[in-house]
Write a protein that binds this ligand. Structure first.
Ligand code: ADE
Length: 231
């Protein structure tokens, strides 16, 4: 799977792939990462890429020309490229989106800076538009990385143990049960006794109960969804 980041600040993105799971995924050629800087396409003699907003309003908006030309070129090279814009003005990205997008051959993330991107670019090129949550970041790079990470770990081979995918939070509307590592007792706090006894059916039952507790406490609306789909 290829990921292309369309960004003015590739430095902000590159570091994330220099360690750990996604570094290994690149080494194993399971994912490839590529960058496009819209500034390289700017026809402005000073390579400007933004301007004040037409009709007023605070801040600078990214001009259409550099983005139109970069994305036109990208589409010419790969007409299957799936183009995603990240912006707070969109529906929230979910685990089911990560799973669905992991099946694409090429996903492109367009990150805005400043006050945003000229809407005509989004209208022309967006296959999908996502927000990562109800807060405003200084730019889209972090949001693009969040999506890229969540998609990548659903690509076969990226995680060592694909079991870990099927039992985690959001796979069945419940939050995942708590996990513990060794030692079995630390600073006088023991892990739940059932976890130690090796009776897997009992452990499973306890984990479901703990999942329900966690979900009820942190995400009560999810518990309702779980109960509705269960019945
Ligand atoms: N850009 C700025 N804030 C964002 C958010 N919450 N989600 C996606 N892109 C963004």
């Amino acid at each position: 799977m290829k990921f292309t980041f369309v960004t003015l600040f590739s430095n902000l993105v590159e570091g994330y792939f220099q360690d750990s799971i996604l570094k290994r995924a690149i080494e194993k050629d399971l994912i490839q990462i590529d960058y496009i800087n819209p500034r390289d396409y700017s026809e402005n003699k000073h390579f400007k890429v933004d301007d004040t907003a037409v009709g007023g309003g605070a801040g600078m908006v990214m001009n259409p020309q550099p983005l139109f030309d970069s994305l036109d070129e990208l589409k010419k090279q790969d007409s299957y490229a799936h183009i995603i814009f990240v912006t707070p003005v969109a529906k929230q990205f979910k685990q089911r989106d990560a799973k669905r997008l992991a099946k694409k051959s090429h996903v492109v993330f367009v990150s805005g800076r400043y006050e945003g991107i000229d809407e005509r670019v989004i209208e022309e090129f967006a296959d999908e538009v996502f927000s990562i949550g109800d807060y405003i970041l200084t730019g889209g790079e972090l949001a693009s990385l969040v999506l890229c990470d969540a998609i990548s770990r659903n690509i076969y081979g990226v995680l060592g143990n694909s079991d870990s995918l099927s039992i985690e939070s959001f796979e069945n509307a419940l939050l995942e049960a708590p996990s513990f590592s060794k030692p079995k007792e630390y600073k006088n706090i023991a892990v739940p006794k059932e976890y130690l006894k090796g009776n897997h059916s009992k452990i499973r039952t306890l984990k479901i109960a703990l999942s329900e507790c966690k979900t009820k406490f942190f995400r009560p609306e999810q518990l309702l969804k779980h109960k509705t789909t269960e019945h």
